[in-house]
Design a protein around this ligand. Structure first.
Ligand SMILES: O=C(O)CCc1cccc(O)c1
Length: 497
């Protein structure tokens, strides 16, 4: 075979935040080289994202940092809505044990730790080149990425510029955040789902409040909605909605008063890592792709943080896009496959943003008290939990890859259940056994011709599920009357029989 003709070329990933790095790592897993261009000369040291769910931990697993992430994160007990006097209104429990996706349902961490892990993985990956201190200034229709290199500190005015050039890319993925240049190059406007809100955020290091409950607390107080969570052993985050006229310096001066319900003795010896003003936005880009120029993460959508799904939506973009882009660049699928990226991801991201907006509205509404009976009635509380948990990551809507006539399992993320034993076994995680491509899980030696043929055309790895009802996957499939399940590389069910 002609090696040059099979080279899928190099993708330029703009932005070396977690979404950009995971995109590059997943592309590498699918045999595609990338050049990651990052304007900041060094990783950004301050806290930002703090939460990922179990589905997103599978994505981290697939880029080889599962164990590292387990070391830098801690499972959270769930989410509680409290009233202004900190009495529980409702509780949504998360299991700290490995659940259906093989990981704890909610994990808290500090973003710089995650970036360090991902950067180490990138440095081990020969298919990725990372260049820092390079600002992308434009993307042209022919896939030319225009850049300039900046000298010294943070990218600044033009006189800081040393060299400039154009690099030709097989495709461009803009993971360059809310104000990124790639979305501008697409000419994409933003669809606003709710009004902006001003919030004050404080990150502290030191002794955490003495609390029995160890999950995320959302204070439903129309006068001052707030969030508290313990990110790490000694790392805490508070968020407070700002009132008109309030400033960061003013609220920083009143930190002891604001934190009083949690820290009655005041801030004391604790270190205030930073205080900041955040504008919480709920927006989705109208256009995610033009040709082979695409956007992902905050460049494509922004959410208020009230259900902790901002970074997760970006990682889901990376997981959805990377295998499709790889198939197209390897010449195994046509460009229309890329249409399914926005078609699948936009409704999913939008659903999570709407859920976050709803949570924020509850926190700011005097009507939140109607939830109190849910806290008293565990059955209702659990039902609500199940509803909200299930709703956290809805199945993909019908589209090119999820035909409307096959609802049910098709379009859902297949669980990561133990394949080889009845108990969870880290050595035998399903995704690791399935590898990066399509996979057919089958209960019999020979699958029905239709699905076997489809799997064959896609080059799927065929895995005969061992055990007769004894292994967890076998039981799961039998209970749902599936003989064979065809999985996409992102482990979404493509077909079932
Ligand atoms: O889903 C959960 O259990 C946690 C949700 C969460 C995480 C981080 C911040 C936040 O406001 C909510």
């Amino acid at each position: 075979m002609d090696a040059a003709r099979n080279d899928p070329g190099e993708v330029v990933v703009v932005g070396a935040g977690p979404v950009g790095l995971v995109t590059a790592l997943l592309l590498a897993r699918h045999g595609v080289r990338s050049l990651v261009l990052e304007r900041h000369p060094r990783p950004y040291p301050l806290p930002r994202a703090v939460h990922l769910d179990d589905e997103c931990r599978r994505i981290l697993q697939n880029v080889g940092v599962a164990d590292g992430f387990a070391r830098i994160s801690r499972p959270a007990a769930g989410l509680r809505l409290l009233d202004a006097r900190h009495r529980t209104l409702a509780e949504f429990r998360r299991s700290g044990a490995d659940g259906v996706h093989g990981h704890p349902q909610a994990s808290l961490f500090d973003q710089p730790d995650l970036e360090t892990l991902l950067l180490e993985a990138v440095s081990r990956q020969p298919r990725i080149r990372l260049r820092r201190g390079v600002r992308v200034t434009g993307v042209d229709a022919g896939g030319g990425v225009h850049w300039c290199e900046t000298v010294g500190g943070w990218p600044g005015p033009e006189n800081n510029q040393r060299t400039a050039g154009v690099v030709r890319a097989a495709a461009v993925v803009g993971c360059d955040g809310a104000g990124g240049v790639v979305r501008q190059a697409l000419g994409s406007g933003l669809r606003r789902l709710a009004a902006d809100q001003n919030w004050f955020v404080a990150d502290l290091l030191g002794d955490p409040p003495v609390r029995v409950w160890d999950g995320v607390e959302q204070i439903c107080d129309p006068a001052r909605p707030a969030t508290y969570l313990r990110v790490g052993e000694r790392r805490m985050r508070w968020e407070f909605r700002m009132r008109p006229g309030e400033t960061v310096s003013g609220l920083t001066g009143r930190l002891g008063e604001l934190l009083g319900p949690w820290l009655p003795g005041g801030v004391g010896e604790r270190e205030v890592l930073r205080t900041a003003h955040y504008t919480f936005r709920a927006v989705v880009a109208r256009r995610w792709r033009r040709g082979r120029v695409l956007i992902a993460g905050d460049a494509a959508h922004l959410t208020p943080p009230f259900i902790g799904q901002g970074l997760g939506s970006g990682l889901r973009d990376a997981a959805n896009l990377s295998w499709k882009l790889a198939l197209v660049l390897h010449g195994r699928a046509g460009d229309p496959l890329l249409d399914s990226y926005q078609a699948e991801r936009e409704p999913h991201a939008t659903a999570l943003i709407r859920l976050a907006v709803l949570a924020g509205a509850v926190m700011g509404s005097p009507a939140a008290n109607v939830l109190r009976p849910a806290a008293r009635a565990p059955v209702l509380g659990n039902r609500l939990t199940d509803r909200l948990l299930a709703g956290t990551s809805p199945p993909l809507r019908s589209g090119a890859l999820v035909p409307a006539r096959r609802p049910g399992l098709v379009g859902t993320l297949f669980p990561q259940l133990p394949l080889g034993s009845t108990t969870t076994d880290d050595e035998n995680r399903l995704d690791d056994l399935l590898g990066p491509g399509f996979a057919l899980l089958t209960l019999r030696d020979a699958s029905p011709a239709r699905i076997a043929g489809r799997a064959g055309r896609l080059g799927a790895r065929v895995i005969r599920v061992p055990g007769s009802g004894l292994t967890v996957v076998h039981r799961w499939m039998t209970e749902r009357r599936c003989e064979a399940v065809l999985l996409r590389p992102d482990r979404v069910v493509l077909d079932v029989t």
